[in-house]
Design a binder for this molecule. Structure first.
Ligand SMILES: O=C(O)C(=O)C[C@]1(C(=O)O)C=C[C@@H](O)C=C1
Length: 316
């Protein structure tokens, strides 16, 4: 999946967690050439991913991780278990929220507040101290919550959404900068059908899913040792239930590096021997472009020299 020429970009189709004005759309707008592509809003992360699998769109932008609230489980589970899709790109979006209403309202008049569950988790302390009586009404996204205020039968008195969507819809801003932790960031991933892996840049991430071997003492430590001994740094590790029964978990892991690097490939091959169900979910450029730091003993040259030495012993 590439957006090389203008013609190619025009024919590309992207789904995203909609409607227009979500933080996810802001993430999608960071993709080069997306202005010429077709953008298809989806009602949920799952719908956006289903569109990719069904071939209705080329790729989907979905949220995966928030610096305050952690992993977006709908996305982690969908790409790890339910779908056979690969991450081809990531995007980071700074998150700030406003409380908006259709007509000017004082905080004392607000009884119900609608937003996305991840949005609510990031303003909960502010809401509890400022409007303790207000009840949370879940919405499929922050932008859907904002739009819900303008319906004939509004879904709530107010919505927690981005300043941009409040302005676009002409909403009244009751309070701004209401996030509990300033400087929060949400990480989004662009997900496509498996194909060509994005080229190595020297500042890459790889995402994998490992079903934890059952009934094996020290299984997690064994897995982690494969990374440690090859100098592979992990930047996210989360356990999620497989859904198959109590106590059955998989690990969702992001690591620094690209599958084209010998140390990364060697670590994954080592893990495959103890967890054959391991799944590769993509190698892609880091959004922050932070260059990869490695030491000489885990460089590609060191792996090539070691393999050549073994070969020389076998063929002497
Ligand atoms: O509701 C939106 O606007 C989204 O894009 C979803 C989402 C999320 O799933 O975390 C994205 C960023 C914010 O952290 C809150 C909600």
């Amino acid at each position: 999946m590439s957006a090389g020429s203008r013609d190619e970009a025009e024919s590309l189709r992207y789904s995203f967690l909609g409607p227009a004005g979500t933080f996810t759309e802001a993430a999608l707008l960071q993709v080069p050439g997306v202005e010429q592509a077709v953008r298809v809003p989806a009602g949920s992360v799952l719908t956006a991913l289903n569109m990719v699998e069904a071939g209705e769109v080329d790729a989907a932008m979905v949220p995966i991780e928030n610096s305050v609230e952690g992993g977006v489980t709908a996305t982690l589970d969908a790409i790890s278990v339910a779908h056979r899709l690969h991450i081809v790109r990531e995007a980071l979006v700074p998150i700030s929220f406003v409380l908006a209403s259709a007509a000017p309202l004082a905080t004392e008049q607000i009884r119900t507040i609608s937003t996305h569950t991840h949005g609510w988790a990031q303003v909960r302390r502010w809401a509890e101290s400022t409007i303790p009586a207000a009840e949370f009404v879940p919405a499929s996204s922050t932008a859907a919550a904002a739009r819900g205020l303008l319906e004939e039968e509004p879904s709530a008195d107010a919505a927690v959404c981005s300043p941009l969507v409040a302005a676009q819809l002409g909403l009244h801003v009751v309070a701004s900068g209401i996030e509990d932790v300033a400087g929060a960031v949400t990480r989004f991933v662009l997900v496509a059908r498996p194909g060509e892996i994005p080229s190595i840049t020297g500042a890459d991430k790889t995402t994998i899913m490992i079903p934890l071997p059952q009934d094996r003492a020290g299984a997690l430590m064994e897995l982690l040792e494969h990374f440690a001994t090859r100098g592979v740094n992990l930047c996210r590790i989360e356990s999620r239930p497989t859904g198959n029964g109590l106590g059955e978990y998989y690990f969702s892991i992001d690591l620094e590096g690209h599958i084209a690097e010998a140390r990364v490939a060697d670590a994954l091959a080592g893990i495959h021997r103890i967890a054959p169900g391991i799944r590769f979910l993509g190698s892609y450029p880091r959004a922050d472009e932070k260059p990869q730091q490695t030491t000489a003993e885990v460089s590609d040259e060191a792996f090539t020299a070691a393999a050549a030495w073994i070969s020389s012993l076998r063929h002497a």
